[in-house]
Design a protein around this ligand. Structure first.
Ligand code: BG6
Length: 468
């Protein structure tokens, strides 16, 4: 089917400016967008098309991965259309649908819901009521612009808890075919996260030792230096558990821990990941303080749109165990936080020591900002006659050899393209979302009933000093 365009609800938001337009610019420069492909940004502001293009121009200059050139932007901008509307006003969707038809974008359209989940329902309903007035157009077989093979991409958080996630999904399914609903988790589009599977399954030196016989522990750290900036309203209702752990860190954990998928299909990979979630060991009330630590940076309560008495966590450390043959007894530590000492995401696989006093080896998978793999191992200290052991490292720096990362597609670029190609392997699957929410909800309940401790930390530090 032809891909004719993408309609971005939330076209004047941070995500659209920082990530989606730069990603679409890259796809344009690579020749990955069909000639007649259009991009409609929807917002409430009173912009002319020209105003909007000027704004996009500035953001694209700053954030596009590929070299920005005026010549390329001149071509790219012909694709961009701004449409002003109030997304909560059902009457205004008739105009939008006419606009889509006038721009000949009906076939293979993608709707990108880059807005808060509360707007998903009204948008779908508005599209349906405007476009599907006749009986025929109401059918899921129809390829009109809000039904049939039209795709929808939704951004995390997929709800605030299991119930709200289910409600969002149920609601979307009443408008779109299940196959056409894309749950985006942009971490799944990151180069080194995709690379974990190759690293594990295409290397005998790793494949054979990736289990509890050799591995002592796994640490997955996603540290951020940014605070909540302008997102206080959203973040204060969400917190680090829902914002980062339930999705990004759980996805990384499942790829690190899964069994080898039986083939390379999206289904086989997703099933292998889901099996990890299903095997997560239950936590008992007595254990809660040993498996979950929540923190908040000092000054968070003064952030814009944050409750001055907020107990929302901006830091989480969590210890998980996976109850299966491969991982029994190996702790997985997940940590993430805002306003920490550095921006760094990595997975550290620590191996058991071979004998007393000998340091265990480790493999560090660097996700960002540097991309690469480091292996630490032991040698005899050069020049010593006795067996004095010295730890050395071998460092493969992927980002160094890729000319300033210009060759690696960025997450959103890769994911928008995957959606255009109907490839769901890099998207979260509903079953995973459901199981992970279930687990997180139970942990939150236990925490509220049996702990409720919140540890404060200074901005720019490693997080609460009590953290494990
Ligand atoms: C988003 C979270 O999903 O990921 C943000 O909502 C977070 O709070 C961001 O800052 C981190 O993404 P990245 O790609 O910068 O690591």
């Amino acid at each position: 089917m032809n891909n004719r365009g993408i309609v971005i609800f939330g076209g004047t938001g941070d995500l659209a400016y920082r990530k989606l337009f730069p990603a679409l610019y890259n796809l344009h420069c690579l020749g990955s967008l069909p000639d007649d492909y259009k991009i409609v940004g929807i917002g409430r502001r009173d912009y002319t098309n020209e105003d909007y293009i000027n704004i996009i121009n500035e953001w694209t200059k700053e954030f596009s991965r590929l070299q920005y050139t005026e010549k390329d932007f001149e071509e790219f901008k012909k694709r961009i259309k701004y449409y002003k509307m109030d997304m909560t006003n059902m009457q205004e969707y008739n105009g939008l649908v006419d606009f889509i038809e006038e721009n000949n974008m009906k076939d293979g359209l993608i709707y990108y819901y880059a807005v808060s989940p509360g707007l998903f329902g009204p948008i779908s309903e508005g599209l349906k009521s405007a476009n599907c007035l006749s009986e025929k157009k109401n059918s899921l077989e129809d390829k009109s612009c809000c039904m049939g093979d039209t795709k929808v991409i939704i951004e995390k958080p997929f709800g605030n808890d299991l119930e709200s996630a289910k409600e969002i999904y149920r609601n979307l399914k009443s408008y779109f075919k299940d196959d056409n609903i894309y749950h985006i988790d942009h971490y799944l589009g990151k180069e080194m996260i995709i690379n974990i599977m190759t690293l594990r399954f295409a290397n005998a030196i790793f494949k054979g030792v990736w289990n509890r016989e050799f591995i002592d522990r796994v640490d997955i750290n996603v540290y951020e230096t940014v605070g909540v900036d302008s997102r206080g309203g959203y973040y204060d209702k969400s917190g680090a558990l829902a914002d980062m752990i339930q999705n990004h860190l759980f996805q990384i954990m499942s790829i690190v821990a899964m069994e080898e998928p039986k083939d390379s299909s999206s289904k086989a990979i997703k099933d292998a990941q889901s099996n990890v979630f299903k095997s997560l060991k239950e936590v008992s009330p007595e254990e809660i303080d040993d498996v979950l630590l929540m923190g908040q940076y000092k000054g968070y309560r003064d952030e814009d749109k944050v409750d001055p008495n907020s107990v929302t966590e901006t830091y989480v450390a969590m210890k998980l165990e996976i109850d299966n043959e491969r991982w029994n007894g190996v702790p997985f530590y997940l940590r993430t936080g805002k306003k920490l000492h550095k921006r760094e995401s990595e997975v550290v696989i620590s191996f058991k020591s071979t004998s007393e006093g000998v340091p265990g080896n480790n493999i560090i998978i660097k996700i960002q900002p540097d991309e690469g793999v480091k292996i630490n191992f032991n040698i005899k200290k050069p020049g010593t006659e006795t067996k004095v052991i010295e730890e050395v490292g071998m460092d493969f720096c992927q980002s160094c050899i890729l000319e300033n990362r210009m060759n690696t597609p960025e997450a959103y670029e890769r994911l928008i393209k995957a959606c255009m190609d109907s490839d769901k392997s890099l998207f979260s699957q509903w079953e995973q979302i459901e199981i992970s929410w279930n687990f997180i909800n139970r942990i939150i309940d236990l925490y509220k009933k049996n702990s409720n401790k919140l540890y404060f930390y200074e901005a720019g530090t490693k997080g609460p000093k009590e953290s494990f």
